[in-house]
Design a protein around this ligand. Structure first.
Ligand code: PLP
Length: 428
């Protein structure tokens, strides 16, 4: 950690907190974040060349593992033709066709540069389409850092204890209603109170920013039904779950049909890409066809599209998602039995290749309040024990973990062996 430490000290001179995204600073767990110099398959390597088994996977995009040879080659090939044109290209057409095929509810879509842009634009479209101002989200769900969505958000915002950030005007935040995740009753009450004012519900179909919380049976379909009843749009924020919990995303896994979908992470194969899309009739309200404005100098960037396309072309191969789910189950259940063995109360959740460990005696964690009531002291001990022994988990207890196709059974067994040793120490 010597080099990381000196880099961190240097970084803090010119970058707020030394990082370009808050959770990377390790504030929740303390200590110095390893500065990463390279990554390959299931591993990342820090500036001192220490190897870690990585369950962060760049926060989700690297579903095929790091430094995938086909994605790397696609980027090199595309870069040889120029980095950006600001004009339409064939690859944008190809990737739009492919995304529509894999996620059929996205009859039309637009590329953007991040998940934040995708959700922000989808919200604007929902408001423009319905002529309504209010939106409904869930406590602990994070949809990027656009003003109207940074209200009782999860992830880094939870860690910092700033559920609504200063700088978000009160008269913007007042249009955001926040309900309890997995609680349909609270949603029904909100619609009963504002039957004609709510433009949309936006939801993470598997919450991944308050650790990992899958939807309870009937929750997503219940949201669909309420939206239909009141003429509001259902937006599934699949920035994390898209091409992650199933090839067709959570909407395929849980069989729910959204009006709009937001994508990010995997769709860029590691490059800065997001997308939003949905029913043609709604998407036709976007400029230049319709009045709702949205644009981007680098949107649909040819190098980023090449990485995304190379990623999607590989994940559509049969069997990949079954393998990912199996690996994730082995890992999550493995953690759970080791915790039981050492007498540490733990609950695990997983969906597809997302997983979450909760240091709690609650049998099944289904909402934000339960997620924040976990034993953070035990988590932090566990976290640092794993890190010292070469396993890189997300540096906060409010983050989901990710497994990639490069995590072989051998890698999982090595992780569990380390966890056995670390949990024994936590139990002392
Ligand atoms: N939506 C969800 C569900 C996310 O998990 C994230 C980021 O983690 C975002 C939106 C924002 O995406 P980005 O960080 O690319 O802006």
């Amino acid at each position: 950690m010597q080099t990381s430490e000196s880099l961190f000290n240097r970084a803090k001179q010119h970058i707020p907190g030394g990082v370009n995204s808050p959770v990377r600073a390790f504030k929740a767990v303390g200590g110095t974040p390893p500065f990463i110099s390279k990554a390959d398959g299931p591993y990342i390597f820090d500036a001192d060349n220490k190897r870690y088994i990585d369950y962060v996977q760049s926060w989700g995009p690297m579903v095929l593992g790091h430094n995938n040879p086909k994605i790397r080659q696609a980027v090199i090939d595309a870069a040889q033709n120029g980095l950006s044109f600001g004009a339409p290209t064939e690859i944008e057409v190809i990737i739009a066709e492919l995304v529509s095929e894999l996620v059929p509810s996205m009859q039309m879509l637009r590329m953007v540069n991040s998940g934040t842009e995708a959700t922000m634009s989808a919200i604007r479209l929902a408001r423009g389409y319905t002529n309504r101002d209010k939106i409904l989200k869930f406590e602990g769900c994070y949809h990027g850092h656009a003003d109207s969505l940074l209200v009782k958000a999860g992830s880094g915002a939870l860690t910092l204890g700033v559920p609504s950030s200063p700088g978000v005007p009160a008269n913007v935040a007042e249009h955001t209603l926040t309900m309890e995740y997995n609680n349909l009753e609270s949603v029904a009450q909100a619609f009963a109170q504002y039957p004609e004012d709510i433009a949309c519900i936006i939801v993470e179909p598997v919450a991944g920013n308050m650790n990992c919380i899958p939807p309870v049976d009937g929750f997503l379909q219940g949201l669909r039904d309420i939206c239909d009843q009141y003429g509001a749009l259902l937006i599934l924020d699949e920035v994390m779950t898209g091409f992650r919990v199933a090839l067709g995303g959570a909407q395929q896994k849980y069989q729910v049909e959204p009006d709009l979908t937001c994508l990010g992470k995997v769709i860029g194969g590691g490059m800065p890409v997001g997308a939003f899309g949905g029913k043609k009739e709604i998407m036709q309200h976007m400029a230049p066809l319709g009045p709702v404005y949205q644009a981007g100098t680098l949107s649909g960037n040819p190098v980023a599209m090449a990485a995304g396309l190379a990623s999607l072309n590989q994940i559509k191969k049969p069997g990949l998602y079954e393998q990912l789910s199996q690996t994730t189950q082995t890992l999550a259940e493995g953690f759970k039995s080791l915790a039981d063995k050492h007498g540490i109360p733990m609950s695990v959740n997983y969906a597809g290749s997302m997983f979450g460990l909760f240091f709690t005696d609650v049998e099944r964690v289904t909402n934000y309040q339960q997620a924040i009531n976990c034993n953070t002291e035990q988590f932090n001990m566990f976290y640092h024990g794993m890190l010292d022994n070469g396993v890189y988990l997300a540096p906060a207890s409010y983050e989901a973990g990710f497994v990639s196709a490069a995590h072989t059974d051998e890698v999982i067994q090595e992780t569990l062996k380390i966890a056995d040793k670390v949990l024994a120490e936590v139990a002392l």
